[in-house]
Design a protein around this ligand. Structure first.
Ligand code: HEC
Ligand code: HEC
Length: 393
């Protein structure tokens, strides 16, 4: 008679995703479904992950610290499809100002930027008569930002800077038309999160998201934001800061950090051929299929290979996609979007403007123009195979 493990493995064959607790043997690769944690967490880490999901899902109200300006009431309200940590249909408004004389990008923090919140609490509306943050008068650009899936971001966080820098080619020395470069924070660290790659660590992004998205102060972002640069009127935000404590922040951070990258579907010949086409026409110059993490204090994130489909570098994507600068990123530079969990996407690109993969590829300009043109020149069979491959990610 078959043991449970053998039976589970047999059932796994041909299934979209197998639970890591059934497939985690030397009989085959571990398969992750969306929402699964990475494999090999300690009991304490799994506990943090579970508690963190609750914080990620928690709906804040003005009485528990929401606002006074905010974009949504919970992380999961935006990152929701197919479940917590996934994509969402919310589109945010960001702003910045580029000064061509000094060649400096200003994130307009003094006027409430770069995230311009689209909602105000009733108390703020009563005090100032506004229902959203005023758009900064000094802005030279406005950007729309679709909500990405955030699976596998703990793995991306654990990729060593050296691995990212090794792929940078700012002056295009190899002459392939592709000249990726890293973004840098004001204090010089390599950036990798946000569609402009302007955040260096997942930790800073998560703590910042509580404040920028929900108006929730926390021990790592202790000060409430301004209203377009002006102080919050008295009495409008009665909850004492920080509005969540260190434990809640640590839990939410652990939930995001430990979310695995969902495994690509098991491929047939057509998808496998599509993967070859993806390489041959140069998509892999930016969408690097596999990255490897370095040593991490979390054993489950240490020295792991995973399907990332990004180089975490900025690339000039041409004038059609251009919007705002952020950090070193010019208006037309974007971090290569990881193609993790692409099969769940219903809209594509930084502002969600494309509703089909065809449209998303047609919009690839600048450094990606060569790959786009080779895509356009594919035979119908090769093109269909590439699409099938992308839909398996
Ligand atoms: C109003 C919708 C909304 C809410 C609420 C929200 N996010 Fe996001 N999230 C976004 C958008 C839009 C982006 C892309 C931002 C950008 O490109 O700069 C993003 C990006 C991210 C990223 C970076 C992904 C990457 O690939 O670089 C992480 C991590 C993240 N969010 C975590 C969170 C956490 C944690 C919370 C709750 C504290 C949260 N988000 C709340 C919309 C939202
Ligand atoms: C020069 C680098 C580069 C090359 C080459 C490139 N891409 Fe991209 N790709 C990007 C960047 C940067 C983005 C994000 C653009 C944005 O959000 O506006 C992106 C976005 C995408 C998206 C949308 C992802 C999402 O979640 O919205 C898909 C799909 C995609 N690329 C597939 C491809 C395919 C297929 C090829 C080969 C034909 C390719 N790319 C070639 C850099 C590149």
């Amino acid at each position: 008679m078959w043991t449970t493990v053998q039976l589970s493995l047999a059932l796994c064959v041909g299934l979209a995703a197998c639970r890591p607790d059934v497939a985690g043997t030397d009989a085959g690769p571990i398969m992750f479904a969306p929402g699964d944690p990475v494999w090999g967490l300690t009991g304490a880490q799994r506990n943090l992950f579970g508690r963190g999901r609750l914080v990620f899902n928690r709906e804040f109200t003005p009485e528990t610290g929401l606002g006074p300006l905010f974009n949504s009431t919970s992380c999961a309200e935006c990152h929701e499809d197919p479940l917590a940590g996934g994509r969402g249909d919310e589109i945010e408004v960001h702003a910045s100002a580029y000064d061509p004389v000094s060649d400096v990008c200003d994130d307009l923090a003094r006027q409430g930027g770069p995230v311009i919140q689209q909602h105000a609490t009733p108390a703020l509306e009563a005090a100032l008569g506004i229902t959203q943050e005023p758009f900064p008068s000094a802005a030279t650009g406005r950007a729309f930002r679709a909500t990405p899936a955030i699976f596998g971001r703990g793995l991306l966080d654990a990729v060593p800077d050296a691995e990212i820098l090794a792929r940078a080619d700012p002056d295009d020395r190899d002459g392939d038309g592709i000249s990726g470069r890293p973004n840098r924070t004001a204090d010089g660290r390599v950036g990798r999160f946000g569609r402009k790659g302007n955040f260096a660590t997942l930790r800073e992004f998560n703590a910042g998201a509580f404040l920028a998205e929900q108006g929730i102060t926390n021990p790592e972002q202790p000060a409430e934001g301004t209203i377009g640069g002006a102080a919050i009127p008295p009495g409008v935000d009665p909850v004492g800061d920080p509005e969540i404590d260190q434990a809640a922040l640590d839990q939410a951070d652990a939930f995001v950090r430990f979310l695995a990258a969902p495994s690509p579907l098991r491929n047939g010949d057509n998808e496998r051929h599509g993967g070859d086409v993806f390489s041959q026409i140069g998509c892999v110059s930016c969408h690097v299929p596999t990255l490897r993490t370095g040593p991490s204090s979390v054993a489950a994130l240490s020295n792991k290979e995973f399907a990332a489909y990004t180089d975490l570098l900025l690339h000039d994507m041409g004038p059609d996609l251009a919007d705002i600068c952020l950090g070193l990123a010019t208006t037309s530079e974007f971090r290569t979007e990881p193609l993790i969990a692409l099969r769940f996407a219903t809209h594509f690109l930084h502002d969600g403007r494309a509703t089909t993969l065809d449209q998303a590829l047609a919009q690839h300009g600048g450094e990606a123009a060569g790959a786009r043109d080779r895509f356009k020149a594919l035979s119908p069979a090769d093109s269909a195979a590439l699409m099938a491959f992308l839909k398996s990610l």
